[in-house]
Ligand binder design. Sequence first.
Ligand code: AQP
Length: 342
Amino acid sequence: MTETVHTPRVFSGIQPTGNLTLGNYLGAVKRFVEMQDSGIETIYCMVDLHAITTWQDPADLKRATRELAAGFIASGLDPAKSILFNQSQVHAHAELAWVFNCVARMGWLNRMTQFKDKAGKNREAASVGLFAYPALMAADILVYHATHVPVGEDQKQHLELTRDIAMKFNNDFKTEFFPLTEPVIEGAATRVMSLRDGTKKMSKSDPSDMSRINLTDDAETIAKKIRKAKTDPDPLPDNLKDLDARPEARNLVNIYAGLSGESAEKVVADHAGAQFGQFKPELADLAVAKLAPISDEMSRLMADVAEIDKLLGLGADRAAAIANPILEKTYDVVGMVRSRQV
Ligand code: AQP
């Protein structure tokens, strides 16, 4: 049998659960823009259905969704080139997720480290949605037959599960309908760590605002957070290997590399022997130079919420035009009677 070839198509999403962080920007959004500009078909989503797997205040969720859309556009995503929309406006995501809930096995989901991290000690109190999160993520991707997904390192396990679900569906129904999607985890900063603890990832839901840089932070706040970032008393070495046991120092080097577009090797070579008293102000200047224009553009866009909502609606129509026929075909493969004209 000849293997089905799926046309290259990129999908990725971010949860509207708070301010975009430097981690989201370097690990995901910056890559989204590069892929868009390389000319591949790109679809990017504000995954509001994922957001409610943990409690979200309704007014905050609406604000965060629009702010994320503004952050995408301010970072260089162009609604004329990429399809930009919020997940709940395209019902095929939730419907395919149900089918995938019936394909995925409890044992597979039980192994997901993100669920263990987010549910914490009290797993009984976590929502069923938080447990089933990776099946919805697989639906987000596969409802577009996406072949490539740019993500940070932390999402690798979920991408493997997406492949497992596609493979089991294809095997169960003797088809090659769903592609085996490839994760795209690239760049110097695929895992940006907390500024307060170099062993924890920078996260928008970390209770400490000092642990992260938000895309909406002003220049003074960015400089203060970098100045106060945890480090050690030693100067920077001349090679990366010597940073293996110094997670906070390594993190600042990675951030510098991610922002400047240089390799982490070059950053340490250029700053060999520098004390953090010297390196941190340079990093702060670089961060402000890269992030201030994004933050200014976000504020400008947020002044016209109606325009953002209009763009999301148009994006959702374009997304649905791709997703609905794939969902219909899935239902047909599974054995659902489809007798309405769609
Ligand atoms: N620290 C990070 N370094 C590199 N990439 C990161 N990403 C997140 N944090 C880092 C990438 O950003 C994308 C969107 O993630 P998400 O919002 O859908 O969920 P998340 O991974 O759970 O991100 P957060 O910031 O930690 O959100 P909360 O606090 O709400 O859970 C993904 O591609 C992710 O890899």
